[in-house]
Design a protein. Structure first.
Length: 134
């Protein structure tokens, strides 16, 4: 599937393909698809012969998401948002399978730029000052 991405003809588009392994890839894909934008496409590839089985003995598989944006910054932002949604979807799928819930802060809150969130922070802890002295 190819969708036109805003940005106009002649602009070099930036692309990323994210392939993640899950015990229940179809469930995870269904959970993240509602957040897909016109610049994204999410598909499922079931486990291949010889691939290690999932925790429940199933073949598992992969969620594959292709993202295309006109700018590197836009691509980075979309990938960051997608990874957060993907982590939540995997946790929900694991809970639905009856697996114990994982801790909210598993110490791996890395963003696309390699930075990590400070432990114990959330959006309500972050303040911004958008005033400017002239």
């Amino acid at each position: 599937m190819h969708r036109r991405v805003p940005g106009g003809a002649g602009m070099s588009r930036k692309r990323a393909t994210l392939r993640t392994r899950h015990d229940a890839p179809a469930v995870v894909a269904r959970a993240v698809r509602p957040d897909d934008t016109d610049a994204m496409e999410t598909t499922v590839a079931e486990g291949a012969p010889g691939e290690r089985p999932g925790a429940d003995g199933s073949a598992g598989g992969h969620v594959i998401t292709r993202i295309e944006r006109p700018t590197t910054g836009g691509l980075r932002s979309t990938v960051d948002d997608y990874v957060v949604n993907l982590r939540v979807a995997e946790r929900v799928a694991a809970t639905a399978r009856g697996e114990p819930a994982t801790a909210v802060d598993d110490g791996d809150d890395a963003t696309a730029d390699g930075t990590t969130a400070s432990p114990g922070t959330n959006d309500s802890d972050i303040t911004t000052d958008d005033t400017h002295d002239t």
